[in-house]
Design a protein around this ligand. Structure first.
Ligand code: HEM
Length: 363
């Protein structure tokens, strides 16, 4: 039998071992935290660095989204026709009506930018199912995205840094980026040549990233989707936009909604073998199978300062059962950056109250 002295020694050894284990766990947690925060590798692309770069493109972004900073909320519903149910078990693809909280925006860093500054227009939706599942999607009106990877997105964002002397970005920085990134050519050609219009309503908005639909048998299909406009575009020369004032998109939306609801067809495109899942700069061939799965009906618009979209960040990885992210590297980077942007603007809201809603200021 062990004497009292030995058993005390054993307890002491156990206590030291337990403390050492706690120290190791704390050190590992601190290390993981420092790694995630990028402290070991100051050049690694973190959400903080990404969002910081997005915040340096002019104007005062405090209290606002760090990209697509100027926008307007909307509400309506998604009327699913049931055709999507064979492709995915997502509850909002079963025939029925599902409430939507969404947002139209222009892809700028300055929340006060004139609407003519927004080459890319966007639609974001949150489609809710009665069981609590939700489908968030942020879509742009370009046919492809400008870059394929988060690192390239960081570089092209830095190419828009304000030159302090000129008060605007140095055009040579963007030219250098485009000259060395041939993948950006399709987007760039669209940006140079696509007709300008005066409305959010006459645009088609595309997911650009690929996702996976999972059906009832567990089969996974690679897809992209689009909200296809049902309104004929009203094309205008770019130079005519200035005369419409800085907020012509909001005025147009309110005018149209006063006359009735606006509609978009939600169309899902199915990839064929070999279509890229991880490169949003590459369009899929136009002859791919498509399935129209329902209609988005937009009924009302609200200022975003206090509107229902204010507290949603349209993280594209918030998906219902039956829809999953693909291996596109932009998707996790988007998720992390949108969360960072949301945290900043939510924390800043008290210190930097948003300017009065434009409709109040201008009426
Ligand atoms: C690494 C790539 C990207 C980064 C870092 C990024 C970053 C951001 C950030 C920080 C926001 C503001 C989020 C908020 O505060 O709510 C935003 C908004 C948005 N982004 Fe991206 N983005 C990326 C790629 C894309 C792509 C590929 C699309 C394609 C459609 C896209 C579409 C949108 C849309 C539609 C919004 C506005 C959502 C809304 O109205 O609230 N982004 N982005």
């Amino acid at each position: 039998m062990a004497g009292p002295g030995k058993s005390d020694d054993k307890r002491g050894v156990h206590a030291v071992a337990a403390l050492a284990l706690i120290a190791v766990v704390i050190a590992a947690a601190a290390g993981a935290f420092a790694y995630t925060g990028g402290w070991f590798s100051p050049h690694r692309l973190t959400p903080d660095r990404m969002v910081d770069a997005l915040s340096r493109r002019g104007g005062d972004p405090l209290g606002h989204r760090r990209n697509h900073a100027k926008g307007i909320c909307f509400t309506g519903e998604f009327a699913a026709n049931g055709a999507g149910a064979r492709l995915s078990i997502a509850p909002m693809l079963a025939a029925g009506h599902y409430p939507v909280i969404g947002r139209f925006a222009i892809a700028v860093g300055d929340p006060q930018a004139p609407d003519a500054a927004g080459r890319v227009r966007s639609m974001a939706v949150r489609i809710a199912a009665p069981d609590g599942e939700e489908w968030r999607s942020g879509m742009n009106n370009s046919p492809v995205f400008v870059v394929a990877t988060p690192e390239e997105f960081y570089q092209i964002t830095r190419a828009q840094d304000l030159d302090p002397a000129a008060g605007k970005p140095d055009p040579a920085a963007m030219q250098r980026f485009l000259a060395t990134h041939p993948d950006s050519a399709v987007f760039n050609e669209w940006a140079k040549t696509a007709p300008w219009t005066t409305s959010f309503a006459d645009q088609t908005y595309n997911s650009l990233n690929a996702f996976r639909f999972i059906d009832a048998a567990g089969r996974s299909r690679l897809v992209r989707w689009s909200m296809q406009t049902t309104v004929a575009p009203h094309e205008v020369p770019y130079d005519a936009l200035a005369a419409l004032g800085p907020d012509f998109l909001e005025a147009d939306l309110e005018r149209r909604l006063a006359q009735g609801a606006l509609r978009w067809n939600l169309v899902v495109t199915l990839a064929a073998p070999g279509d890229p899942s991880n490169n949003a700069t590459k369009a899929w061939p136009a002859n791919r199978e498509t399935v129209a799965v329902g209609m988005l009906v937009v009924r009302h618009a609200q200022d975003e300062a206090d509107g229902p979209c204010r507290d949603y960040n349209y993280d594209p990885t918030i998906l219902p059962v039956g829809i999953q992210p693909s291996d596109d590297p932009l998707l996790p980077a988007r998720s992390a950056a949108y969360a960072k942007s949301f945290d900043l603007r939510a924390a800043e809201a008290a210190d930097y109250p948003r300017t009065p809603p434009r409709s109040e200021a201008s009426r």
